[in-house]
Design a protein around this ligand. Structure first.
Ligand code: F0G
Length: 481
């Protein structure tokens, strides 16, 4: 919720109180330099003892509610037939309107099962944008990923409210040229992760539904950030201001033939599920569930997580939960813009995304500007962000780098974890870094895994810029910060 201040500004307000806290340290810049060097200038390889604000992701890091923790205490531990599962199933039916449920241990496990059953060699999965794990699974199954986004989607300085929309004309073209029978499905991601957490409009989803129905193509919705997408629909789409988050979520989910999500995000608990109202789809996936995940009534989740997820599903329909990180992200982005720092606009869900191509225009994409920016943000603040650019793209068959559409440093805002002082601190240090951006140069791989290289790859700073940036920081702030 926002509170309008006397001077007219909108202040994002925490509609919760802090009951349990985790002590954090801000290790000084000298230690941060050592830590990032040990971690090969890859923020995934930092230990959290060296991280002050962990803005790597909102996955598995959202704060749980007292009710979720309470529900974990009354879980029903059973391999088969657990009552906890039936509470989850009821919650999914009530909130999403979907009656067949397949629990999985996290979102990518759902993608693995969907790929296994619906993606065939030579087939295309069309989508508003790919996510790293989605693409990996669909390609491992022999399919290819076709991204169909609007021309505006990659504009990082935009005022278009729904950059996550799928381009309907391009979809019709793709169906014509590839043939409807060669398209495994169309997948819509609720807030496109890799291009700045941008939502789609319900009108767009309905139009995609019409086209797919007309051609007999399945529609898959990845609802990993469905509440954030629903919140942005309520704020931005004409006709939805007075519709509840719960109703919008249900409308999105019931338009899908197959719906899945990562519970680590939306439901504030480790886990995930696939749900559908189509018995044939359910029957096609179900036999594989025990092979990859576990029996139907736990799917790789613990019964405690299943209970917490059942509660989290109801809570994600609460406007104060759905809007909690969106409003912090809006405030974060507005403050950075005030200070001249280039961020993706309009702000969306998941994170405040800093545009590395505008922040570090002197670094070419083959020297990984977003990776360099993420490392530099850590060095100058202790804040861990994530590279979402060319490092996150694997090489092509010939071993060449594939330049990413965008180069972003993503500062995720997990739900209900940070306070506005944390955000103000981040704004201050990012502004300092922007003023010293000339000190930051590119990176080069020294150890590079063949798949999803961004997770474990190690890099080094070209011309040793890390030490120079740290020295400039210590000159301005002293050795204690
Ligand atoms: N789909 C989307 C849109 C996601 O953002 C994620 C994960 C997944 C699927 C996979 O789910 O992690 O539970 O296996 N996104 C995380 C992130 C990792 O940091 O953005 P998972």
């Amino acid at each position: 919720m926002n509170i309008r201040l006397a001077d007219g500004r909108l202040l994002p307000m925490e509609m919760h109180q802090v009951k349990i806290v985790q002590k954090k340290e801000l290790v000084p810049c000298g230690r941060r330099l050592q830590a990032i060097e040990e971690g090969g200038y890859n923020t995934f390889l930092l230990r959290t003892r060296d991280v002050f604000l962990d803005m790597l992701t909102d996955s598995g890091t959202n704060a749980m509610s007292d009710r979720q923790l309470g529900a974990m205490m009354v879980s029903d531990d059973a391999y088969a037939g657990s009552e906890s599962f039936f509470r989850l199933k009821d919650a999914i039916e009530e909130v999403f309107g979907l009656k067949y449920v397949l629990p999985v241990h996290q979102g990518r496990a759902a993608e693995n099962l969907i790929a296994k059953v619906f993606v065939k060699p030579g087939f295309t999965a069309a989508m508003n944008y790919h996510f790293t794990t989605t693409k990996a699974h669909f390609e491992l199954a022999g399919g290819s990923v076709l991204e169909i986004y609007t021309d505006e989607a990659l504009n990082t300085r935009s005022t278009v409210p729904f950059k996550g929309n799928l381009d309907l004309n391009k979809l019709e073209d793709a169906i014509r040229t590839r043939g409807a029978d060669k398209i495994s499905f169309v997948r819509m991601e609720a807030t496109t992760n890799l291009i700045g957490g941008q939502p789609f409009a319900l009108a767009n989803l309905k139009a995609v539904r019409d086209i797919t129905s007309r051609h007999g193509i399945m529609l898959v919705v990845d609802g990993s950030l469905i509440s954030e997408n629903a919140y942005l629909i309520k704020q931005r789409e004409i006709g939805y201001a007075d519709v509840s988050i719960r109703d919008i979520i249900r409308e999105i989910a019931t338009l899908a033939d197959v719906f899945y999500l990562s519970g680590r995000k939306s439901c504030c608990v480790r886990g995930g599920f696939i749900a559908t109202n189509n018995k044939d789809h359910y029957d096609a996936i179900m036999p594989w569930l025990p092979v990859y995940e576990g029996f139907l009534t736990y799917g790789g989740m613990s019964t405690k997580e299943i209970e917490a997820m059942a509660v989290g599903i109801h809570e994600m329909t609460d406007i104060d939960v759905a809007g909690s990180s969106v409003e912090f992200i809006r405030y974060f982005a507005e403050r950075l813009i005030e200070n001249g720092v280039p961020v993706v606009t309009p702000p969306g869900g998941l994170a405040c995304h800093v545009d590395a191509m505008r922040f570090l225009p002197h670094i070419p994409q083959i020297e990984y500007p977003a990776g360099a920016l993420a490392a530099a943000i850590y060095l100058s603040s202790g804040i861990r962000s994530m590279e979402r650019g060319t490092v996150s793209m694997d090489r092509d068959k010939d071993g060449n780098d594939v330049p990413s559409d965008l180069e972003l440093a993503r500062l995720a805002v997990p739900r209900r974890v940070y306070t506005l002082s944390h955000i103000e601190y981040a704004v201050d240090r990012l502004t300092w870094l922007f003023q010293h951006r000339d000190l930051v140069q590119g990176l080069r791989f020294v150890e590079e895994p063949p798949v999803l290289r961004f997770f474990f790859g190690k890099l080094e700073p070209l011309r040793g810029w890390g030490g120079r940036l740290a020295a400039a920081f210590r000159k301005d702030f002293g050795d204690g910060f």
